[in-house]
Design a binder for this molecule. Structure first.
Ligand SMILES: [Zn+2]
Length: 56
């Protein structure tokens, strides 16, 4: 999977957020502020969200 953007769902509130798959900073949920992804080895580690779909 080489997609650059992922549509994810926050595990805490269920909000759908589009994140960059190689984000180098922590991305918080825009609704509840929970940490969705954290940088890990050059890609975003999905720590608080579930992938819904990969975007082109
Ligand atoms: Zn949330």
């Amino acid at each position: 999977m080489a997609s650059k953007f992922l549509k994810v769902s926050c595990r805490d509130c269920g909000a759908e957020v589009v994140v960059f798959s190689k984000a180098t900073s922590v991305i918080p949920c825009t609704v509840c502020g929970a940490t969705l992804t954290a940088p890990s080895g050059g890609k975003a580690d999905l720590v608080g969200c579930t992938v819904i779909e990969a975007l082109e």
